[in-house]
Design a binder for this molecule. Structure first.
Ligand code: AQP
Length: 336
């Protein structure tokens, strides 16, 4: 019965996730969440707060609790509508951890070792957690459980998506048709926002310094200050040239992603870096203003978030559990 339900679903399914590892930044918004808001009305969309991923590195339990609820509220403020999509916490749906184990037994040590995010975060540190190494198998489980066709993510997740596809193709070939093969959907603009203070590094929630990170709940004056202090270069010529002028080009790309315009429009109107920074800051402030206003409103009813996550977990289980059962059966695990 349940399998028929999956097979007969004609609509395209979307799944994406975000870690409650800190405050959301403009890269998370432009690279992922903004497309989620659009997708929810077009596709059968599932969005998950991947709290099990957030414990693969050192964390404070108290902070994790706070971050999870704050992230859920920020997603609502950004425009996700629990009536139009399913929003849930990964740890509320135990099928994620269970399928992850089956997939760990499908992925190879070599494949996991080649993941650049592991190399960046883990390097050769012996004390690194095993969970950080096997993280891509859990991410594959997150996606494959929902038979998702589309996975909207930023550029940094492309390699993990490729691995998810490889694992699913191999699993299907070895054990029989089980999973839909997903595809990454990466936005043309804002898919890799760089740190304003270190333009060679991607903007990250867990950066050591917050000087180059624009958080989406930063007040306007903080945004203006961070943009005005963004690292540029000494050439003092406004030009879009990501390779040779990464700082200025990152600012131009941010403006394009925020306004939907082309780099040439900004470049032709500005000669001085100072003026350009002011225009970029104004655009980011205007982009985030409605979201920040909704966040203030939502804070008046914190119970709304818990209700949403509870309902979301029920809806998610309805889709995830039959997939897990199918994967187990196809692998030869006997049903109880
Ligand atoms: N700088 C970025 N530019 C564009 N998109 C980005 N994303 C992350 N950083 C950028 C996209 O945001 C979504 C959620 O990311 P995540 O929380 O799952 O983890 P991440 O990619 O590791 O993001 P962070 O902010 O760098 O978190 P930490 O510091 O905890 O590792 C993803 O779709 C991601 O592509």
């Amino acid at each position: 019965m349940r399998r028929c339900h999956l097979a007969s679903k004609a609509v395209i399914r979307v799944l994406s996730g975000i870690q409650p590892s800190g405050e959301l930044h403009i890269g998370n918004y432009l690279g992922a969440i903004r497309s989620w808001v659009r997708d929810q009305y077009e596709f059968d969309s599932f969005f998950t707060i991947v709290d099990l991923h957030a414990i693969t590195v050192e964390h404070s339990p108290e902070e994790l609790r706070k971050n999870t609820l704050r992230l859920a509220m920020t997603l609502l403020a950004a425009g996700l509508d629990p009536e139009a999509c399913t929003i849930f916490a990964q740890s509320h749906v135990s099928a994620h951890a269970e399928l992850s184990w089956l997939l760990e037994c499908t992925a190879t040590f070599g494949e996991l070792s080649r993941m650049t995010q592991f190399k960046d975060k883990g390097r050769s540190d012996e004390s690194i957690r095993a969970g950080l190494f096997t993280y891509p198998a859990l991410m594959a489980a997150d996606i494959l459980l929902y038979q998702a066709e589309r996975v909207p993510v930023g550029e940094d997740q492309r390699q993990h998506l490729e691995l998810t596809r490889d694992i699913a193709i191999r699993f299907n070939a070895k054990y029989g048709q089980t999973f839909t093969i997903p595809q990454a959907t990466i936005p043309p603009l804002g898919s890799r926002v760089m740190d304003l203070a270190h333009p060679a590094k991607k903007m990250s929630k867990s950066s050591q310094s917050t000087a180059g990170t624009i958080f989406i709940l930063d007040p306007p004056e903080t945004i203006a200050k961070k943009v005005s202090r963004a690292v540029t270069d000494t050439e003092n010529v406004v030009r879009f040239d990501p390779e040779n002028k990464p700082g200025i080009s990152n600012l131009i790309e941010l403006w394009c992603a925020a306004t939907g315009n082309e780099p040439s429009q900004l470049v032709s109107q500005h000669r001085m870096y100072g003026e350009l920074k002011k225009t970029v800051a104004d655009a980011l402030i205007a982009l985030l203003e409605p979201l920040q206003r909704r966040y203030q409103e939502l804070q008046k009813d914190p119970g709304e978030v818990s209700r949403m996550l509870k309902l979301g977990a029920e809806k998610a289980k309805f889709v995830a559990e039959p997939t897990l059962e199918l994967a187990k059966a196809n692998m030869g695990l006997v049903a109880p």
